[in-house]
Write a protein that binds this ligand. Structure first.
Ligand SMILES: [Zn+2]
Length: 618
């Protein structure tokens, strides 16, 4: 009662200009533009480890001037690029949006190889360089994405007046993050670096994109990365900051070319920075090379945000920025072993061969049938359904047979793959870690069509990883820090914290400048943006609205009141010009620090930013 009275008095006393955060609404372009930044393979602890390196307003835009959530963890168990970008965009996990993997076997569509999450032969690629050596390639679309995205919902709510675009070096990260209704998604031709799209979106590239591709930007990036004109752009320029700058230059060309932020409704742009993932797989999260790239990315973002401030109408006061990542990463197994972690490598081909042998011994003695499909990766092990069906084995029996065989198959793997490095103490004195199975779940168990999922948080996390795609499968969860592959480099795929921990930050006039401790999830992004913009949450959204991140003046204003006032203003007098909410969103060039800009009414749970931890630096 007293609280409500206080709020009413507070509202009466507020001058109109300080109510500006209340005006957040997709329908009248508050903000003009939402930019969702996804950093591919970017564990949140990078921002803690390297914080003292950050200069200007790159990551500090979120850490010092935005609502920042350091304890953001995905709540599912298949932490890969396509699934992560889909979760961010749809506010749902795999069981809601359908995207489980980067690629999977779908024998109805292709019996020769796994299909990718976005390939679509009904379309073709547009924008490929006319070298005469490029046959028209199969196109791509979000056909496998079973839910709408936050961008889709803004487009639906504005009857298509909003513009929606996605950018990445990777097709899946551009397509799945933007959504079904995107005006365009752009990614690169891996060889040349030229930005391309698909006829799903457009018959040909827009002029501004053609102009970009015909400029010397790709050549400049090659020069900056020190690679030759004939090398694959993706694999040689890709892991460098030259590729980050190249992507952000393309984003600037898109914003100008499409006049994003120049309309009467809110536009949405998703940008996935791929370079951190391309390098991270090679060197791992603890490499000085990865630290250097993170620091360079900080500078790239600072420049990009400054550019937005100067080029979007009204500057950054009319832009909301979101920062997150699609997944983290495990340390390189040998690096973790040196410290005593029972990290191990699981070679997939021998594992699949051992499982096939077990199935033949049991169901077709003396034969060498293929009960499992080739080219497998964890966490899903795909069964070759026709082989089981010819043997008269149904899904329940087949998946259980594989599930029961996995521990013995793992135990049969060559232990020499995980012999510790004798040159490093104390590993030479320790017994080599061996791969072990933590849990396995059949597709029927993940779908709760068979018992097996525990009624715990872990069980829910696994249920979020259910996918109807790909026929029969068994999900394999090895012990923590144990990864598929050859032992070279690093990877991500598991339900463990290092794969699930990502940053989550908001910047914009409606967000408070505080750090919030407490578990949140990347699926909360879509729910929070939908609430603030006044649109529906995406169709499968399970996220929560992060109300603590929303400026108190936005929270205390009932929506109906602000709408009534707006209607009254529209009919009785000219609209009052939007006055900047200078308390939370000063221009980037004169932005005060968090300590001076944080609202006085900070909640008890809010803490100041975590101090840098230089002692943790590798
Ligand atoms: Zn990724």
């Amino acid at each position: 009662m007293f609280k409500r009275l206080w709020i009413s008095l507070f509202a009466l006393l507020l001058p109109i200009s300080s109510c500006i955060p209340c005006a957040a609404s997709a329908y009248d372009a508050h903000p003009k533009l939402v930019v969702i930044l996804v950093i591919d393979q970017f564990r949140e602890d990078y921002l803690e480890r390297y914080r003292s390196d950050f200069k200007g307003n790159g990551f500090n835009m979120f850490l010092d001037h935005g609502a920042y959530f350091p304890d953001c963890y995905y709540d599912y168990a298949n932490l890969v690029t396509a699934a992560g970008h889909s979760a961010i965009a749809t506010g749902a996990y795999t069981d809601g949006n359908g995207i489980a993997s980067n690629e999977w076997w779908d024998l109805a569509r292709n019996t020769q190889r796994p299909i990718t999450s976005v390939e679509d032969p009904r379309y073709s690629i547009v924008g490929l360089p006319a070298t005469g050596q490029n046959p028209a390639r199969e196109g791509a679309s979000p056909r496998n994405l079973l839910a709408t995205t936050i961008g889709d919902e803004v487009r639906l709510a504005t009857k298509g007046e909003s513009k929606l675009f996605g950018i990445s070096l990777k097709d899946r990260a551009a397509i799945l993050t933007a959504g079904h209704t995107a005006n365009g998604a752009f990614w690169i031709d891996p060889q040349t670096g030229a930005f391309v799209s698909s006829t799903y979106y457009m018959p040909s590239l827009p002029d501004w994109a053609t102009t970009f591709n015909q400029s010397d930007r790709a050549a400049q990036a090659r020069t900056a990365a020190g690679v030759s004109a004939s090398a694959s752009f993706f694999s040689t320029v890709g892991p460098t900051d030259a590729a980050i700058q190249y992507e952000l230059d393309f984003a600037q060309a898109l914003i100008q070319g499409e006049n994003l932020g120049g309309g009467n409704v809110t536009d949405v742009l998703t940008i996935s920075i791929s370079s951190t993932d391309i390098l991270g797989h090679r060197v791992g999260p603890d490499s000085p090379d990865q630290q250097q790239l993170v620091d360079q990315l900080d500078g790239n973002l600072d420049q990009f945000f400054t550019w937005l401030d100067h080029n979007v109408p009204g500057g950054l006061q009319n832009v909301w920025l979101v920062l997150t990542a699609d997944h983290g990463v495990a340390p390189v197994p040998a690096t973790a072993q040196q410290l005593g972690i029972p990290a191990a490598t699981i070679p997939m081909k021998p594992l699949i061969a051992a499982l096939n042998k077990n199935m033949n011994d049991r169901f077709s003695p003396g034969q060498d049938l293929e009960y499992l499909l080739p080219d497998q990766d964890l966490p899903y092990i795909a069964l070759n359904v026709p082989t089981f069906e010819r043997a008269g084995i149904n899904e329940l029996e087949g998946e259980r047979a594989i599930q029961n065989s996995i521990p013995a198959a793992i135990a049969s793997l060559d232990p020499s793959a995980n012999v510790p490095d004798d040159s490093v103490q104390p590993s030479a004195k320790r017994v080599a870690p061996t791969p072990r199975v933590f849990r396995t779940f059949t597709r029927l168990q993940l779908a709760s069509l068979q018992p097996g999922l525990p009624p715990t948080e872990f069980g829910r996390l696994m249920a979020h990883s259910y996918s109807a795609n790909g026929g029969w499968y068994v999900m394999l969860v090895p012990d923590a820090y144990q990864v598929p592959g050859s032992g070279k480099g690093a990877t991500h795929f598991s339900p463990y914290s290092y794969d699930r921990h990502v940053p989550l930050g908001f910047y914009g006039s409606v967000f408070t400048a505080e750090t919030f401790r407490g578990r949140v999830q990347p699926v909360d992004i879509a729910a929070t943006l939908a609430a603030l913009l006044g649109v529906n949450q995406p169709s499968a959204s399970i996220g929560h609205i992060l109300t603590q991140a929303i400026h108190p003046e936005v929270e205390v204003k009932p929506r109906s009141e602000s709408l009534r006032r707006k209607k009254h203003e529209d009919t009785s007098r000219p609209r009052r010009a939007a006055t900047p909410a200078t308390k939370t969103a000063p221009p980037a060039t004169s932005r005060p620090s968090r300590k001076t800009s944080a609202p006085a009414a900070a909640t008890p749970s809010a803490t100041q930013s975590a101090p840098a931890s230089p002692g943790q630096r590798p």
